[in-house]
Design a protein around this ligand. Structure first.
Ligand SMILES: [Zn+2]
Length: 1046
């Protein structure tokens, strides 16, 4: 090792340059991370493959300015130098951690070379040499080092932004090429259109940045130390800025979660009013606030407002003044990719090469200034942009475009928009990921490994295993068994779950992809799988008649009391005998004539014997599940609003009908067994790993959120007791109006709304009394039974495996992760689940709008529907339209001050007048008399679409009669048919439109986003139904866009 000195020029935050001399140690051995290494470097972890045409070494300015392009997974053999990495570090923590993640992520083919520690590649800075020149020389020497180190077997390309560098270095060394980044992309990646576009847009943004204005529009943010000291002393408040969706211009809030409780005024959060006080903070940023004097506090607006509201109108009623503050600094930007639209062109002027204010799809995000030469071409398109900076001299943040999604309003563009806005990234599985999968084909099917047979408990001959799923189900991740044990006093119940983690080892590429997705995503017309199909639909699917690996839980239960005598967990080998669907299982239980396909070929005597055996198993299972359910009911398990429709499929998986959900007992039986397995696995992993087990808790709801539920029920004469979950469950069961089933349904819906979300957590991060699952009334719970489509279940499988190994072995086995890591993972999965739910709701909303957009609300009878009032507001009511599953506001007073007046036959029209709001009703008074709208009144509304080119469309509902909509069919039937027709029709229209127009330019890229496109509601509905059974609180909420803020 050689000791030398290194001179650093550091910049203090005030901009002063500081010269620092550091001791610097050089080594002969610094890993090269190349598989071509001839020198036996200590290349732990990721290495660059040897079968590439070249490695690429980006110069400092390329890494600093174009890291986004280097993040493309298509680029291979990228070597980041320590020199470039340090330069990036000085640009900020965010950039630096992006590079670090990139280097860590095995899905990206890039490595970090510590060139400044390598004695043969390090060059000290020379006298008279600028810092930039020195950096360039360092990177170049690193490139030369690689060429020599790999004995000339690999060409090295250094990319730079500086033409002078190209001419100076490109002829020095035969194996090392020096080219500009632009030339590099054009010559080596001519088809990577997205990278070219991004390059153009970033370099343009960089050019424009040099000519910034100097006039200050905002106060400077305070330095970090001042902010930290202010927070510590209680002078400042820290929190996440949350911009109001309906009044994005003026209202933003900082929630109370992060606010210290020193000041009890702040419990309800702090209002940040107006753009000036927001001081360049963007929705989601972590900010620091200073409170304004009390005299300047304001209230929030409480009236219903339409989406694109005119913000200047005053006179809206406000709540009482609340703590109000202004942003003095930003601790952490939380910028993501934003989907934007270009503003309409004004006049005939061409806008080529101009700076343009684009409008984000998300109303909470400010307009963004970008430079582009394509403004005219991209008119009416949706484009992804990133924000680069927001200087105090600019009214708007500056950014650059990343890629074009397509024409606004088209189905594919809108679906991509939903994915990007929720940070959902679901590229097709890469070849490298698929190479990790076991091979199976029609000619050479996968078979069980004899080694596994010897290690696993073999249940193939001893247990009657079967699955009960929705008709047409392909991915069977759970199966059941039940039998009487010899002696007659014990029963054995078994739950056998697909052994996904046998095939997906921790840290593999497939595992990382599954982890980053965290869940399968279900949109209204398609789904994006968490795992490759070879696993989810084949090797991990517990199909009938084939050998499969499973993770099993087997309980020995007392026949009389169902007390658990013994429980066994472990890896097994199973062969499912019957793949039943719910209706068939229920028919067998009911003693009805039913054909079991697996028995069809057998002789009658054998068939009768087997059938009797199966029916007995189903009956025993039902008996056990009733007991288990009864146990939980005593604890107060809740049944909330479930989904009421089911899709019925033919062999080709087409929907033949959507039927109202039959409350089949067998649904609950299966669900109960799964809940039981999840509960027992939770107990096991928490016992062995008390501080790092992944569990799922459901916090009790906050009582104040029940206010609306209690008041609404009161209006109908029901009292809802929310003191405990048991009391709530009981009182909801009693709140039934025999004349109007919708009353109970709406109350359950409201209860669901008031609920907290269940979340995953690491047991080391919460006190034990917080582990409780309120909805299921269990002290411990986790997810174990769906590893094919939830990453949490895969983590739990690994925890269980480690727990069993710990118990069996003399040595304790390490848990898969420590508490901190597990808590971070839990947080990640929770975030992805919320994103998945938002995306699902948005896609349902999208389909609703596309459906109604095609029809004329004045003439088409399908635009008229029945609605029920479930909430009273200052200037209108909130209604639920069961036929389409839509919720939203109905205004009784418009902006012109007119109110809805009702004629003798119930028809409504606008008249000048006034409204009076009461707790359970609202009255309009006009020259024609007065009209009253009460809670739970059935009225008739007309549904139309409020179009918006920049944001999502929204549904608009207008009351046309205060009488119920005349409709012959039952609400449930209408509901199912309405939704089904809606999705199918929209898909059909979109496909027709696709055929008519020539292929759009970006079709390849668009296709890449789609993994499976099933134009039916099947998956969606089944998923929702299953989730709502297994875990009531995951019931999908109505699309956020239709919610009125309260
Ligand atoms: Zn080496």
């Amino acid at each position: 090792m050689i000791k030398t000195e290194k001179i650093l020029h550091l910049k203090s935050y005030r901009g002063r340059r500081v010269r620092v001399v550091r001791e610097h140690y050089l080594r002969e051995r610094v890993p090269c991370f190349s598989s071509l290494c001839q020198a036996a470097c200590a290349n732990d972890g990721k290495v660059l493959p040897g079968d590439l045409t070249h490695y690429v070494v980006p110069g400092v300015e390329v890494v600093v300015n174009f890291l986004e392009i280097l993040e493309f997974r298509e680029l291979q053999g990228v070597i980041f130098t320590q020199t470039a990495c340090q330069a990036l570090q000085s640009k900020g923590r965010r950039c630096y951690s992006r590079l670090r993640n990139l280097v860590k992520d095995p899905r990206h083919d890039c490595v970090l070379f510590a060139n400044e520690f390598q004695e043969h590649s390090y060059r000290p800075r020379e006298k008279g040499e600028s810092h930039e020149q020195w950096q360039t020389r360092c990177v170049y020497e690193a490139a030369v080092w690689y060429y020599n180190h790999l004995a000339g077997m690999m060409s090295i390309v250094m990319v730079t932004e500086d033409e002078d560098v190209v001419s100076r270095f490109s002829n020095l060394n035969s194996g090392v090429f020096v080219v500009t980044f632009k030339d590099y992309l054009q010559n080596f990646w001519p088809d990577l259109q997205a990278a070219h576009e991004l390059y153009g847009s970033i370099s343009q943004a960089l050019q424009e940045k040099e000519s910034e204005d100097t006039q200050k529009e905002f106060c400077e943010h305070l330095p970090t130390e001042v902010l930290a000291a202010g927070i510590k002393s209680g002078r400042y408040i820290q929190g996440i800025l949350n911009v109001s969706k309906h009044r994005a211009q003026n209202e933003a809030f900082v929630a109370n979660d992060d606010i210290s409780n020193k000041n009890s005024d702040l419990i309800g959060g702090v209002l940040v009013y107006g753009v000036r006080n927001r001081n360049r903070a963007v929705h989601g940023d972590s900010v620091v606030l200073e409170l304004l004097p009390r005299s300047e506090w304001r209230g929030k607006v409480t009236a219903l407002t339409e989406g694109p509201v005119d913000e200047r109108t005053g006179g809206d009623s406000e709540s009482k003044p609340m703590p109000t503050g202004r942003v003095v600094g930003v601790l952490q930007r939380n910028w993501r990719d934003y989907v934007v639209t270009f503003p309409p062109r004004e006049g005939t002027q061409s806008r080529n090469s101009q700076r343009i204010l684009v409008i984000p799809w998300d109303r909470r995000i400010p307009k963004i200034r970008i430079s582009t030469q394509q403004a005219d071409v991209l008119q009416d398109h949706r484009v992804v942009v990133r924000i680069d900076s927001w200087e105090s001299t600019s009214l708007y943040p500056s950014g650059h475009s990343v890629r074009v999604l397509g024409r606004a309003g088209e189905l594919e563009t809108e679906v991509q928009t939903i994915l990007i806005e929720n940070c959902i990234h679901v590229p097709p599985f890469s070849e490298a990921q698929l190479r990790e999968m076991p091979s199976t084909s029609a000619t050479k099917p996968w078979t069980v490994d004899p080694v596994q047979v010897s290690k696993r408990r073999d249940l193939r001959e001893t247990h009657l295993v079967f699955s009960i799923d929705p008709r047409g189900c392909e991915d069977v991740d759970d199966t059941l068994s039940v039998r009487r044990l010899p002696g007659g006093s014990l029963l054995e119940l078994g739950v056998h779950i697909a052994d996904v983690t046998h095939f997906v080892s921790e840290g593999s590429l497939t595992d990382l992809e599954a982890r980053s997705r965290a869940t399968t995503y279900y949109l209204a017309d398609r789904r994006y799988d968490m795992l490759p199909a070879v696993l989810s639909a084949d090797l991990c699917s517990l199909l009938g008649g084939v050998d499969r690996y499973a993770m099993s839980v087997l309980w020995e239960l007392d026949v009389q009391t169902m007390a658990v005598a013994k429980v066994w967990f472990g890896r097994t080998l199973i062969r499912s005998s019957y793949q039943l669907h719910y209706e068939l299982a229920q028919a067998l239980l009911n003693g009805e004539e039913a054909e079991v396909p697996e028995l069809a070929q057998l002789a009658s005597e054998e068939r009768d014997g087997k059938l009797a055996e199966l029916v007995e198993a189903l009956e025993t299972l039902t008996h056990v599940a009733r007991h288990l359910r009864a146990q939980r009911d005593c604890g107060g398990a809740l049944e909330l609003e479930g989904v009421e429709v089911r899709a019925q499929l033919d062999e080709k998986r087409n929907i033949t009908a959507l039927v109202p959900r039959q409350p089949l007992e067998v649904h609950e039986t299966v669900a109960e067994c799964m809940i039981y397995a999840n509960h027992w696995v939770a107990r096991k992993i928490q016992e062995v790993f008390p501080y790092q087990a992944l569990l799922r808790r459901h916090p009790p709801p906050r009582q104040e959120l029940f206010g609306q539920l209690v008041d609404t029920a009161q209006a109908r004469g029901f009292s809802i007791d929310t003191s405990t979950n048991k009391a709530l469950a009981d009182s909801l069961n009693r709140a039934v109006d025999p004349r109007d089933p919708l009353v109970n349904r709406l109350l359950r819906m409201m209860a669901t709304q008031a609920m907290s979300q269940a979340v995953y957590f690491s047991t080391g991060s919460e006190p034990e009394d917080q582990f409780f699952h309120y909805g299921l009334a269990l002290d411990r719970y986790t997810h174990f039974t769906s590893p094919i489509r939830r990453y949490a279940d895969m983590v739990v499988h690994r925890l269980l495996t480690a727990a069993l190994a710990t118990e069996q072995g003399a040595e304790p086995v390490e848990a898969p992760a420590g508490n901190k890591e597990m808590e971070e993972l839990a947080e990640h999965i929770n975030n992805k689940n919320r994103a998945a739910q938002r995306a699902q709701n948005l896609s349902i909303g999208l389909f609703q709008c596309l459906f109604f957009k095609e029809r004329d609300p004045e003439t088409d009878p399908r635009c008229v529907a029945g609605a029920v009032i479930y909430s009273i507001r200052d200037n209108g009511v909130l209604v639920f339209v069961p036929e389409y599953g839509v919720k939203g506001p109905v205004y009784l007073k418009n902006k012109e001050g007119q109110v809805v007046s009702v004629g003798p036959d119930g028809t409504c029209e606008w008249q000048s007048g006034s409204v009076q709001r009461h707790s359970d009703h609202i009255r309009t008074t006009s020259a024609c008399g007065s009209a009253t709208f009460r809670l739970f009144d059935h009225i008739t509304v007309r549904v139309s679409v409020l179009s918006s080119s920049c944001h999502s469309d929204t549904l608009n509902m207008e009351v046309i009669s205060n009488k119920p909509h005349r409709s012959s069919s039952t609400p449930q039937q209408v509901s199912s048919q309405g939704r089904n027709q809606l999705v199918q029709e929209v898909v059909r229209l979109a496909e027709e439109a696709q055929k008519e127009t020539r292929k759009p330019k970006l079709s390849r890229e668009e296709r890449e986003f789609r993994q499976s496109k099933t134009p039916n509601l099947y998956s969606l509905l089944e998923e929702i139904r299953e989730l709502s059974l297994l875990d009531p609180e995951t019931e999908p909420r109505p699309p956020e866009g239709t919610q009125v803020d309260t």
